[in-house]
Design a protein around this ligand. Structure first.
Ligand SMILES: C[S@@+](CC[C@H](N)C(=O)[O-])C[C@H]1O[C@@H](n2cnc3c(N)ncnc32)[C@H](O)[C@@H]1O
Length: 216
């Protein structure tokens, strides 16, 4: 998070209390430093799925299923389904238990494996895609995802401003050079793609929202 921590805290208070299951997951993630979306981003995903009446939803990066639950709760209302991918076996197993506890097991299919291998095997289109996996691989996911997004479909990507370091002129530790440059390339590619309209929102860790144009 790169803007004043107080602002994110304030925005969180506006959301009100999360239910005990989401709270438990937030606490687990914090304890084990599993990087899950902020509650404000979770709520935003839920809102977007509802607003777009999205049905076929794809997530890259399940972790323990926190953002998946925000997505799946909206999918339950739209009559949709979430397909989520993660290569970490242990996290996927924990996510499956959380989906059961949330009563969302029928709304979610959790695929295990490297998204870069799985995406080319998917033969259906998605009207809502959320990317939140390895930041160094975003550009690769993007090129694999482009053909899977339906006309009018939405693509949301988390961490695109990466602690604000993606903003030119920022000062950060040298070891993050590749990641920051990769994210800049990613944003350029996405924002310059004529098939999409994109905006970048400076909350959470930076969230991009793109819509595929209807005519292709
Ligand atoms: C930031 S966490 C996801 C957090 C989750 N979206 C949430 O907010 O609750 C990123 C996850 O992506 C997974 N991941 C990283 N690279 C991946 C890849 N190439 N294919 C599939 N999963 C990947 C990691 O195992 C990790 O659990």
């Amino acid at each position: 998070m790169f803007y004043p921590f107080e602002m994110e805290q304030y925005l969180e208070t506006l959301l009100g209390e999360r239910d005990p299951l989401l709270k438990e997951m937030e606490e687990q993630a914090l304890k084990e430093t599993i990087p899950v979306v902020t509650p404000t981003v979770g709520n935003f995903l839920n809102l977007l799925v509802h607003m777009g009446n999205a049905k076929a939803i794809l997530e890259i990066g399940t972790a323990i299923g926190y953002s998946t639950i925000w997505l799946a709760r909206a999918a339950e209302k739209t009559g949709g389904h979430v397909t989520t991918i993660d290569m970490n076996k242990d996290r996927r197993a924990r996510a499956l238990k959380y989906f059961e506890r949330a009563g969302l097991q029928d709304c979610v299919t959790a695929l295990g494996g490297d998204a870069r291998k799985i995406l080319p095997t998917l033969d259906s289109m998605f009207d809502f895609v959320f990317i939140d996996a390895a930041k160094g691989e975003y550009l690769e996911y993007l090129h694999l995802i482009y053909p899977l997004i339906s006309p009018g479909g939405v693509l949301v990507v988390d961490n695109v401003l990466f602690r604000g370091w993606v903003v030119p002129g920022s000062i950060f530790v040298e070891k993050y050079d590749r990641m920051v440059n990769g994210l800049r390339q990613f944003l350029e590619d996405l924002c310059q793609n004529p098939d999409f309209t994109t905006t970048v929102l400076p909350f959470g860790d930076g969230v991009s929202v793109s819509r595929r144009l209807n005519a292709m």
